[in-house]
Design a protein around this ligand. Sequence first.
Ligand SMILES: C[S@@+](CC[C@H](N)C(=O)[O-])C[C@H]1O[C@@H](n2cnc3c(N)ncnc32)[C@H](O)[C@@H]1O
Ligand code: SF4
Length: 377
Amino acid sequence: MSSIYIHIPFCSQVCHYCDFHKSASLKEKDRMHKAIIKEIELQKSFLKSKQLDTIYFGGGTPSVYEIEKIEEIINTIEKYWDISDNAEISFEANPDDLKPEYIDKLAKSKINRLSIGIQSFNDDELKFMNRRHNSQEAIRAINLAQEKAFDNISIDLIYGLPNSNIKTWEKSLNKAFELNIQHISAYHLSIEENTVFAFKKSKSLIKEIDENLSFEQYKLLKKMSKEHGFINYEVSNFAIQDYHSKHNSNYWKQNEYLGIGPSAHSYNMESRYWNVNNNKSYLEYIEKNSLNFESEKLSDIDRYNEYIMCSLRTIWGIDTNYIFSMFSDNIYQQFKEIINKYKDTDLMENYDKSKFRLTEKGIFISNELISNFFILD
Ligand SMILES: C[S@@+](CC[C@H](N)C(=O)[O-])C[C@H]1O[C@@H](n2cnc3c(N)ncnc32)[C@H](O)[C@@H]1O
Ligand code: SF4
């Protein structure tokens, strides 16, 4: 399995929680488009495989671009790779960009999966987050996409918001499940440095939610998604059967991928690469036919830690046989000591012969728990 990720580093408006790489000035949009096309050409030999199984347009906000530009990017990719017949081609879109004419063109393009950033169906929460849409616009965008025959729609939601409670979250979830979508990514709010929320928190203008309350919200999410036939296949991801994100699963399985655009990451099974997260510098380098990136060669321990980090977040969990066969005896012995500490607790379950995964309780404290499995160099 091989994948390409395209990072579109622009947003029409910056949300108060978000620290993803983006610029709120769209001045360099056309120049960036040309640079992205050029980077694809410069990187045409990066992947071992000539066959692509997934392409993902993320950001920032890919829907700031006209569909013609997105199609030009896909056509450039097709010059150098064969896109599998059943490839998943995902596109992140903000609801306010999904106007009828835009969705019409999207539906005629090769994009077959939409990921729409809804965040909440409560208007006061949307305002609080500085989103550009309200709940009615969000519902209209989803309905329109469905009318245009999109049958693989994911939405992003955020819980654990300051001032939210079980009722506000239940309202968002009820709306989400009413809409007959196939996938939900639900993230616990994380207050990141250099965001408006971080500033407000430092001035005591907002207060982080009580952990017990957000655990209740998470439990409600698990309960309602189960009732509606969704599988919680990764900590933050829920899908009906066969609609899990193939692109993200490819990352978790440690297969190769190429990231294009400022701040995008790539992996070739040996090293990890990350492009500069600065639009100006990215453009200047590409325009001189060169790339501005950093890289790191992964040691056996790095690869083990990444396997743990990705696998323990999924329902497929970790396989002790895989660790035994893929890593050194030293790593395997250290891993066994750690798993022995947890295997009989209510944080972990041995769900199938050599396979272990986190329980519901374990998943909620997954970051802390997973870091206890890491081995230090
Ligand atoms: C890279 S963003 C791009 C999506 C698209 N631009 C949009 O906003 O609709 C992907 C998702 O990450 C989530 N996200 C971003 N920052 C977050 C934060 N600090 N805490 C929780 N979720 C966050 C949001 O749900 C967002 O939709
Ligand atoms: S959440 Fe999406 S729209 Fe908002 S700032 Fe982040 S990338 Fe941009």
